[in-house]
Design a binder for this molecule. Structure first.
Ligand SMILES: [Zn+2]
Length: 103
């Protein structure tokens, strides 16, 4: 919303109420709809992110299991796929370390 709606407090019977112009009301209502849509989109993105993080953790576990017996320190082969995979999972920052909780 580009500007704060102008409101006025009114009393109807025994109830204090807030009055605003119809244009301000419609703008406020539109902003609330946009916020609701963005909130729903954020929930979907969070769910997608959590699924991706789970999948990455599963892939990392598979890589570690497949390369379990590989002695990377003693390997010394250039372009060794096992060494490249181990280095990748060992040096990749954990998303949980970067910015906190993703639950
Ligand atoms: Zn190797």
């Amino acid at each position: 919303m580009s500007k704060t709606p102008k409101t006025r407090q009114v009393r109807i019977g025994e109830h204090d109420m807030v009055a605003m112009s119809p244009d301000d009301y419609h703008r406020l209502h539109a902003v609330r709809r946009q916020m609701g849509a963005q909130s729903a989109r954020m929930r979907v993105l969070k769910s997608d992110l959590n699924r991706a993080l789970t999948r990455l953790a599963q892939i990392e576990a598979v890589i570690r299991r497949v390369t379990l017996d590989h002695a990377a320190d003693a390997c010394g082969r250039e372009e060794c796929t096992s060494c490249i995979l181990l280095k990748t999972v060992d040096t990749a920052p954990s998303p949980h370390d970067a910015n906190g909780d993703h639950s």
